[in-house]
Design a protein around this ligand. Structure first.
Ligand code: B12
Ligand code: SF4
Length: 450
């Protein structure tokens, strides 16, 4: 039996490949490969940088689906199904809106694959695959499983190993898809399994793809203590409230943390309150002054993530957010338009208020483009929000800003390694800002398969 696993791109032209500069190994597919019985041949195709050879013989195809890749995933699925190959789908979007995903495949797996994957493969082999498998969320994620990374070899991924210590997050920010997927719960792997996974691969630079690695501080400390002897460098994502625990922070730094993606989201306390981002309530009321000073003290290279387009935002307040990010010399920053992901509290609120554009399904709409506003904002037009968010990304990643931000002595200039990281990734992200803006979802018009 042969199984083809696919990571779809956001969009692409059929013959001129759009190559994602920030492409990283698709961890979920490495986990699916590891869950698959050893007598099944597993092959990976990554639509972000290679053509999918639809005519290559296959028995089953597995596609991972996020909301922003759904349209492309459905196109890929249609190609295989036209050739009589069965397709199974899963991932974030499949959990958020399984009824839609089910219309585009032979089988949808809702939730983590681990509890149901082996059963699905056995059913497939017996010719009785079901249209839907619902996974009960495992209390211990990825139990006993080490992702198969051999399927990533030779594909040209960034030289960083992705793995997870925990899944989910206990908070309930209104826009967060992950919070819906995990029902605002947080699940940790046993530390010894994580250490075994790190030892199973050669790289010393790791990305823990956890939603919030510090959500359970006691467990995070246990992990960090165990990481210290490995002498690795790592990055992850964590919520601002971690800074209230000095022991946690000391251990984090000792264990090799270079920096974290931190959801600052907004510099307005009103917006923070409205989005239920309670981890930031106090900090936002003082413009994060203490937190930024601490992050510098620990030498962490911060990726400050902002969401723009909240009801309290104006064009000017969004510009002020960009000024704030440049002034504080963050190593990286994202200015993401507030997106209504299906079944999030934000989606439901905007739907009730009649403020969803693109028929409420921007991810499927012919006219929607990546990084475009898909809602009716309160204090500006949708086009103004699209324009000002792009302006922020372009300004934060401008050559002048890159030079200015480089000169932060505690973080970017802390060591030659830190400085190199800064110098390699800033131009790369700058390139992405311009390449991705306005990217169409799915194949370019006219190139869609007949
Ligand atoms: C790492 C990460 C990234 C990395 C990319 C990693 C990579 N490999 O290229 C970076 C930082 C680049 C990134 C970028 C973006 N990301 Co991102 N990212 C994540 C993150 C934190 C972890 C993903 C991961 O690997 N998880 C670990 C794996 C093992 O878990 P999993 O994917 O859930 O897989 C399990 C199940 O879902 C299921 N499953 C998954 N796939 C399949 C397939 C089949 C066939 C089956 C049966 C089962 C199955 O089984 C798996 C094993 O249990 C998630 C948050 C999250 N919790 O998912 C956000 C997330 C996926 N990202 C998100 C977003 C919005 C983005 C951006 C659009 C942000 C932006 N505005 O630019 C970009 C777009 C990237 C692009 N393609 O251009 C959103 C997506 C929301 C949605 N509804 O789709 C998430 C959920 C964050 C959030 N809190 O909302 N991201
Ligand atoms: S803190 Fe981060 S991961 Fe947790 S619910 Fe809020 S946005 Fe989602």
């Amino acid at each position: 039996m042969k199984l083809i696993l696919i990571k779809p791109n956001i969009g692409r032209r059929e013959h001129s490949l759009y190559v994602d500069e920030g492409r990283m190994e698709p961890l979920p597919l490495g986990i699916l490969a590891a869950l698959t019985p050893p007598d099944v041949e597993v092959v990976l195709y990554d639509d972000r940088m290679e053509q999918i050879p639809y005519d290559e013989p296959a028995d089953l195809v597995g596609i991972t689906v996020e909301t922003f890749t759904a349209r492309r995933a459905y196109e890929i699925s249609a190609e295989y199904r036209r050739r009589g190959v069965k397709v199974v789908m899963g991932g974030m979007h499949a959990k958020l809106i399984p009824e839609e995903v089910a219309q585009h495949c032979d089988c949808v797996i809702v939730g983590d694959a681990e509890p149901v994957w082996a059963e699905m493969i056995a059913d497939f082999r017996a010719g009785k695959i079901r249209p839907r498998y619902d996974a009960v969320q495992p209390l211990c994620p990825q139990k006993g499983i080490i992702a198969r990374r051999d399927i990533f070899e030779g594909k040209g991924y960034l030289p960083i190993t992705l793995l997870q210590f925990s899944r989910g997050c206990a908070h309930r920010c209104s826009f967060c898809a992950s919070s819906v997927y995990f029902g605002a719960k947080h699940y940790c792997r046993p530390v010894d399994e994580v250490i075994r996974e790190i030892r199973s691969q050669k790289r010393k630079l790791l990305f823990f793809v956890d939603d919030n690695i510090v959500c359970n501080r006691a467990k995070a400390k246990e992990l960090f203590r165990a990481l210290i002897p490995l002498k690795i460098r790592w990055v992850s994502q964590g919520s601002m409230d971690m800074l209230q625990d000095p022991e946690l922070m000391e251990l984090m730094v000792k264990s090799g943390c270079l920096g974290l993606v931190i959801g600052f989201e907004s510099i307005s306390p009103d917006c923070i309150r409205d989005m239920h981002k309670f981890t930031n309530t106090r900090a936002s009321s003082e413009m994060y002054a203490d937190e930024i000073a601490q992050l510098r003290k620990y030498g962490l290279q911060t990726w400050a993530a902002f969401t723009v387009g909240h009801d309290g935002d104006t064009v000017d307040s969004i510009r002020a957010t960009c000024d704030f990010a440049i002034r504080n010399k963050f190593t990286f920053a994202a200015f993401n338009i507030l997106m209504p992901y299906p079944n999030t509290p934000l989606y439901e609120k905007l739907e009730r208020e009649g403020r969803l554009l693109y028929d409420g399904k921007w991810w499927l709409h012919e006219d929607y483009r990546f990084n475009y506003c898909s809602i009716v904002p309160k204090n500006m037009t949708p086009d103004e929000l699209t324009a000002v968010s792009f302006e922020c990304r372009a300004r934060f990643n401008s050559v002048g800003s890159i030079i200015k931000r480089a000169l932060e002595p505690h973080t970017n200039l802390r060591s030659p390694y830190r400085f190199m990281t800064y110098l390699i990734y800033n131009p790369l992200f700058r390139k992405e800002v311009f390449k991705k803006q306005g990217l169409r979802f799915g194949l370019e018009s006219g190139e869609r398969s007949k």
